[in-house]
Design a binder for this molecule. Structure first.
Ligand SMILES: [Zn+2]
Length: 334
């Protein structure tokens, strides 16, 4: 008996993602939700929903129209079972898999909501409202946000880097507007990558981390603060930079602040960015697979030396790229 208990305890301890599944049963169908119950600020709350209907009569009556839709919102529990304070924006589910026969309809939906790097630690509950097979309901998933410490750093900028950082030209503001317009787009048909990302370089040396609180000290004595949105890999010029996942190239251009840059779309609202390259190997509109060559590393744009800046954005917000290296969509769950 003792041995069995020990085994259970061990399985719990090595459970890599604190991932949970909850099954909700209804008369005609079931709903299973997979999610990570413990997150850090800067992570993302991804939820995988599996709707299954085995009622043949109902399936026959449905035809081929989409009957499953859901909305996800994250609420902070102020007190148990009382009105909750909204802590994150709503995020719409999209379908990533479907199996439909005369006997079974199985629809797999996914969505992700970014958690700010300033998210407060505490107990939260995710509320999912949906309508499926003629039923409307909502279910709640408890989760915890734990503390995370971020690095603070001061970066002295020389004259040319100060000029880039304080550049107020129309050209630079147009570049920023154009990229923001891409990142602000959610194409619900853009389901390209649902498995764990791969790092864009095998290099392990990191010179800056996600979420670093930065103070830029300008050459003119002034300064500004900002948050570091990605990971900086300290690699020499000319190293291969590869796509972290399958997707569509939506930007490949030389930008004033980020140099030769690439943006790849992976899922609705989910994008990866690669900055400061010396050379690009892709064009806008091109599909890339995970591991495909995007360009070569360099020191273009605002850079104090050769490095690769890798960034991931979800619904406009920068999230931890390391988080995406895990099975964020619970793709191993069937
Ligand atoms: Zn960077």
């Amino acid at each position: 008996m003792k041995k069995i208990c020990f085994l259970f305890a061990l399985l719990f301890l090595i459970s890599p993602l604190f991932s949970l599944s909850k099954k909700f049963k209804y008369n005609d169908f079931s709903l299973t939700a997979f999610y990570k119950s413990e997150l850090q600020p800067g992570d993302a709350l991804f939820v995988r929903l599996v709707f299954e209907c085995k009622n043949k009569k109902l399936i026959k009556s449905l035809g081929s129209t989409d009957k499953e839709k859901g909305n996800l919102a994250l609420y902070r529990l102020l007190e148990q079972d009382t009105v909750a304070e909204k802590a994150s924006t709503k995020s719409q589910f999209y379908e990533i898999e479907r199996k439909a026969t005369k006997k079974l309809i199985k629809s797999v939906l996914l969505t992700g909501a970014p958690l700010s790097t300033f998210a407060k630690a505490g107990d939260y509950v995710t509320k999912i409202s949906f309508s499926a097979f003629g039923n409307e309901d909502s279910v709640e998933l408890p989760l915890k946000i734990v503390e995370k410490e971020f690095v603070s750093e001061t970066i002295p900028l020389n004259e040319s880097n100060t000029a880039i950082k304080t550049n107020l030209s129309k050209e630079r503001s147009d570049q920023i507007k154009r990229l923001n317009a891409i990142l602000d787009t959610k194409d619900f048909a853009a389901v390209y990558e649902t498995k764990a990302f791969a790092p864009p370089t095998p290099a392990l040396r990191r010179t800056s981390f996600f979420g670093d609180r930065r103070l830029f000290a300008y050459s003119n004595g002034k300064s500004s603060t900002s948050l570091h949105y990605g990971i900086d890999y300290g690699i020499p010029t000319g190293n291969e930079v590869r796509s972290c996942g399958r997707g569509k190239v939506l930007m490949a251009e030389n930008r004033i602040s980020t140099g030769w840059s690439v943006c790849v779309e992976h899922l609705p609202g989910l994008y990866s960015l690669y900055y400061h390259m010396s050379e690009l190997k892709v064009e806008v509109g091109q599909m890339v697979d995970k591991g495909d060559l995007l360009g070569l590393s360099g020191a273009t744009g605002l850079a104090t030396g050769p490095h690769l800046h890798w960034e991931v954005r979800l619904n406009m917000e920068a999230i931890s790229p390391d988080f995406m290296l895990e099975d964020f969509s619970f793709s191993s769950e069937k």
